[in-house]
Ligand binder design. Structure first.
Ligand SMILES: Nc1ncnc2c1ncn2[C@@H]1O[C@H](COP(=O)(O)OP(=O)(O)OP(=O)(O)O)[C@@H](O)[C@H]1O
Length: 292
């Protein structure tokens, strides 16, 4: 388990982290979300030891993490960090060697990763000649080449097309499935909702919500009741709590606090009920509520 315990960090007068804590289990994919400037990059830099916290601790498997531990982590920094003139395959191999792989192992792993990430045809190109999406794939290959025990990725999906998102997502899911804790930050909340076992929402340096999407949903209450009735006379829902919208011959009632059975009876009497059910809040709605 990777534990982030009560991290505090100031830049001069600016409080960037104000007691951030969370934990990520082996094999868990943790989505780290928050508005611009909320403190995600600062937290990840502290986990990686690129930046020192004013106080608090990062532990892995019960012990404070050391420089040696971190050498075995995979990291995709916000500022990226590739050699622009170096060729793709050479670059991934080079980072593999820096992490202590033998030349043969670095070559083999590089070939596997380039295949996996759809980069085989670009293996001989200089990084500077690649599109942003392909550069990001190379960056991920570099983060994965030494088979890291922990993966920390700062906005790995930003600027990627849907196919590149899928390729990266599959590679991360694979790593998580092999028992590695994976933390990534993102502003793409639908993606986080789809991929992550748990989510942390940070706002102004504080963790304001943390847990599985199902747990975060449960904290939001029952969700809105949505009823779609076709062919009902106008005014059928008079007196019922909620808002009606008209869509052709359909009327849609969204109700936050009406009694389900009463509303259902009224809807059945009024017309043909096409849909009746509670809408679960999306992560976008949970996020808006949490940072409000
Ligand atoms: N080197 C620095 N010097 C001064 N202030 C900084 C520095 N780095 C970050 N900050 C401030 O600390 C706060 C947290 O920044 P951080 O980069 O961690 O946020 P973030 O959640 O990663 O944002 P984004 O989504 O925009 O990348 C912000 O107010 C930022 O302006």
């Amino acid at each position: 388990m990777l534990e982030i315990d009560n991290l505090r960090k100031r830049y001069g007068d600016k409080v960037a982290l104000d007691g951030v804590s969370f934990a990520v289990r082996p094999g868990e994919m943790f989505g780290f979300v928050g508005a611009n400037g909320a403190g995600k990059t600062t937290t990840m830099r502290i986990i990686m030891g690129v930046l020192e916290a004013d106080s608090g601790e990062v532990r892995h498997e019960g012990r404070p993490v050391t420089y040696e531990d971190r050498r075995a982590y995979g990291y995709m920094p916000e500022e990226r960090g590739l050699y622009q003139k170096m060729k793709v395959a050479e670059q991934v191999e080079y980072f593999g060697r820096l992490h202590g792989l033998t030349p043969a192992a670095a070559r083999r792993t590089t070939a596997e990763l380039l295949e996996r990430l759809g980069l085989v045809e670009r293996r001989g190109d200089a990084v500077e000649a690649l599109s942003l999406g392909n550069q990001q794939r190379v960056q991920l290959a570099v983060a994965l080449v030494h088979d890291p025990g922990v993966l920390i990725l700062d906005e790995p999906f930003s600027g990627l097309d849907p196919l590149a998102v899928d390729a990266l997502a599959e590679a991360l899911k694979d790593r998580a499935a092999s028992g590695v804790p994976v933390i990534f930050s993102s502003h793409q909340l639908e993606l986080v909702e789809r991929l992550c076992d748990s989510v942390g929402i940070i706002s102004a340096g504080r963790m304001v919500a943390c847990g599985s999407v199902a747990e975060l949903r449960a904290g939001e209450g029952r969700g809105l009741l949505k009823v779609v009735v076709r062919g009902a006379a106008p005014g059928w829902a008079e007196g019922l709590p909620g808002e009606i919208t008209v869509d052709g011959d359909r009327q849609v009632l969204l109700s936050a606090d009406g009694d389900d059975q009463t509303i259902l009876r009224r809807a059945v009497q009024a017309g043909h009920v096409e849909h009746f059910g509670r809408q679960e809040p999306t992560l976008v709605e949970i996020f808006r509520e949490a940072v409000a």
